[in-house]
Design a protein around this ligand. Sequence first.
Ligand code: PRP
Ligand code: URA
Length: 209
Amino acid sequence: MGRLHVLDHPLIQHKLTYIRSKETGTKEFRQLVQEVAMLMAYEITRDLPLTDTTVETPVGLAHCKVIEGKTLALVPVLRAGLGMVDGILAMIPNAKVGHIGLYRDPETLQPVEYYCKLPPNVEERDVIVIDPMLATGGSAVAAIDAVKERGATAVKLMCLVAAPAGVQRVQSAHPDVDIYVAAVDDGLNDHGYIVPGLGDAGDRLFGTR
Ligand code: PRP
Ligand code: URA
C-alpha cells in the first residue's frame, strides 16, 4: 500500500489557510501555491539517493554528497498542476517537466485525457505527478495510468488538498505510489468538490470562471 504523507509543517499550514480563503485573489493565490509547492518539494525529495564526492574548499578537501545521477520528471496535470511547477523547480532546477492534459467532465466527473508529452527515458526517472486537488481521485488515477503506460515505474503523487475518497482510490488503483499532501479534508460535495477545500484550483490560479 502506498503511504500517505501529510506534510503539515507550520509554514505549509499557515500558507494553506490563505490559499483556502475566498478573500485571497489570483495573484496572491498563485504566489502562495508556488511557495507551498516549494516547501513540499523539500519533503518529497527526502529519499533521493546521494553519492560521495570531494570538493576543495579554500581550506582543504571536503568529503561531501551530491544527488545521484538520474533526474526527476515533474508531470503536472493541466491546468491546475501547472501552478505548483515553478515552486518545485526553484528547489530542483534540473528536473525535466512533462505534461498531462486532463479535464473532469462536469456531469460524469470522469477524467478525459486530451494531451500527454513526457520527457525521454521516463522509465529511468523518478516521476512526480502533480495536481493541487485530489477529489474523487479519477484524474490522479488516470494521470498515473498515463505515465505508467508510457514506461514510468517509480511514481509519486503530490497534491495540496485531498479528500479521503481520492486517497483511497489512488491507493487501491496504484498501491506502489506514495501520496504527498498538505491536508486531508472532510469529504466531497454533490459536485465532487472537496469540502472545505479551496474551490476550483484551476479557476483560482488562472482567474477564469
Ligand atoms: C481539477 C483538479 C484535478 C481534478 C480533481 O481539474 O485540478 O485535476 O479536478 O478531481 P478528481 O479527483 O475528482 O478527478 P479540472 O477538471 O477542474 O480541470 P482544470 O485543472 O483544467 O481546471
Ligand atoms: N477540482 C477542483 O479544482 N477543486 C475541487 O475541490 C475538486 C476538483
